[in-house]
Design a protein around this ligand. Structure first.
Ligand code: G
Ligand code: G
Ligand code: G
Ligand code: MN
Ligand code: NA
Length: 253
C-alpha cells in the first residue's frame, strides 16, 4: 500500500476528521476552549497516528492541504459553538506551513472572514522548531497575527532545542508545557521544580500557561496551586469527535 497515495485519497474524499480536546480553566474546572487534532482512519491502513502522517505530509507537501482542512473545519465548528460558549479554538500549525508566511497569513484571515469566527477566538499553535528558522519575514508575520488579535501559543514547550530568546522576540499569548513534564509530577521532585520554574518564567513574561497531558487529579491540584491557568488531558477528556465535544460543551454551560 502506498501511504502517500492513500493520504491524497483521504484528502480528496473527505476521509480526514477533526477531533476536539477540551481546554479546561483549572481554577473553575470549566471548558474554555478546545484543541483541534486531526484523525485519519484509512480503509486499507487502518488508524494512522497523526504524528506519522503529519511528518509524511511535511515531506510530500500535502501538509498545506491538511493544514487548510484543519483550520477551516476548526474555525467553522468554533464559530458555531460560540452560540453555546465564548470558547477558543487552538489549531496546530507545522513549521513547513510558515515557509510562505504571506500566503499563510492571508489564508488565516480568509478563513476567519469566511467562517465568521472572531479573531480573538483562534489560537495558532506553533512549536519551538519554528523558532530555529531564521526567516526574516517570520517575525513580522507573527507580529501581524497578534496585531489582528489572533492568539499565538508555543506548543510542546521544553522539548525543542531552540534558545529561550524567542520568548522575548515574539509576542506569544500562551505557553503549553509538554506532557513529558506533567506526566511524573506526583513522583518526581525534579519535574515538580522544573514545572514550577516554567510557570514562574511564563508569568514573568506575561504568558498564560497550559499544562498538557494531565491524567491524575494530583497533577491538576499541584498545577492549580501554582496558578497554572489552563489544563488539558485525559483526566478531563480525550480528544472527541465534534458531536461528542458539542454535547460536553452544552452540559458544561
Ligand atoms: O493527536 P495526537 O492526538 O496523537 O497528535 C499527535 C501529534 O500530531 C501532535 O504533535 C499534534 O500536534 C499533531 N497534530 C495533530 N493534529 C494536527 C494538525 O491538524 N496539524 C498539525 N500540524 N499537527 C497536528
Ligand atoms: O483513546 P482510545 O482509548 O479510544 O484509543 C483506542 C485506540 O484507538 C488506540 O489504540 C489508539 O491508537 C486509537 N485511536 C486513538 N485516537 C483515535 C481516534 O481519534 N480515532 C480512531 N479511530 N482511533 C484512535
Ligand atoms: O503535540 P500536541 O500537544 O499538539 O499533541 C497533543 C497530543 O497529546 C495528542 O496526541 C493528544 O491525543 C495527546 N494527549 C492529550 N491528552 C493526553 C493525556 O492526558 N495523556 C497522553 N498520554 N496524551 C494526551
Ligand atoms: Mn498542540
Ligand atoms: Na503539545
Amino acid at each position: 500500500v502506498n501511504i502517500n497515495r492513500r493520504l491524497r485519497y483521504a484528502i480528496d474524499n473527505g476521509k480526514l476528521e477533526m477531533y476536539y480536546q477540551p481546554l479546561i480553566n483549572l481554577q473553575t474546572g470549566k471548558i474554555c476552549g478546545a484543541e483541534a487534532l486531526m484523525r485519519w482512519t484509512d480503509e486499507e491502513l487502518g488508524f494512522v497516528p497523526p504524528d506519522e502522517f503529519i511528518l509524511l505530509a511535511e515531506r510530500n507537501g500535502l501538509i498545506h492541504q491538511l493544514g487548510d482542512f484543519a483550520l477551516t473545519q476548526a474555525c467553522q465548528q468554533a464559530a458555531k459553538w460560540q452560540a453555546i460558549s465564548p470558547m477558543q479554538i487552538a489549531v496546530n500549525f507545522s513549521s513547513v506551513q510558515f515557509r510562505d508566511c504571506h500566503a499563510l497569513l492571508a489564508k488565516i484571515i480568509a478563513v476567519l472572514d469566511k467562517t465568521g469566527l472572531p479573531k480573538s477566538k483562534l489560537d495558532v499553535e506553533v512549536t519551538e522548531s519554528l523558532m530555529i528558522s531564521q526567516e526574516s519575514e517570520l517575525s513580522s508575520m507573527l507580529a501581524e497575527l497578534r496585531h489582528l488579535g489572533i492568539q499565538l501559543s508555543i506548543d510542546d514547550f521544553g522539548t525543542g532545542y531552540s534558545a529561550l530568546s524567542y520568548l522575548q522576540k515574539y509576542a506569544f499569548s500562551k505557553l503549553k508545557i509538554d506532557r513529558a513534564f506533567v506526566m511524573n509530577l506526583s513522583e518526581n521532585e525534579a519535574d515538580r521544580s522544573l514545572v514550577k520554574a516554567i510557570i514562574a518564567m511564563a508569568k514573568a513574561l506575561n504568558l498564560k500557561v497550559v499544562a498538557e497531558g494531565i491524567e491524575e487529579q494530583a497533577q491538576a491540584d499541584f498545577l492549580k496551586r501554582l496558578d497554572c491557568e489552563y489544563g488539558q488531558g485525559y483526566l478531563f477528556s480525550k480528544p472527541l469527535p465534534a458531536d461528542e465535544f458539542e454535547k460536553l460543551l452544552i452540559e458544561d454551560n
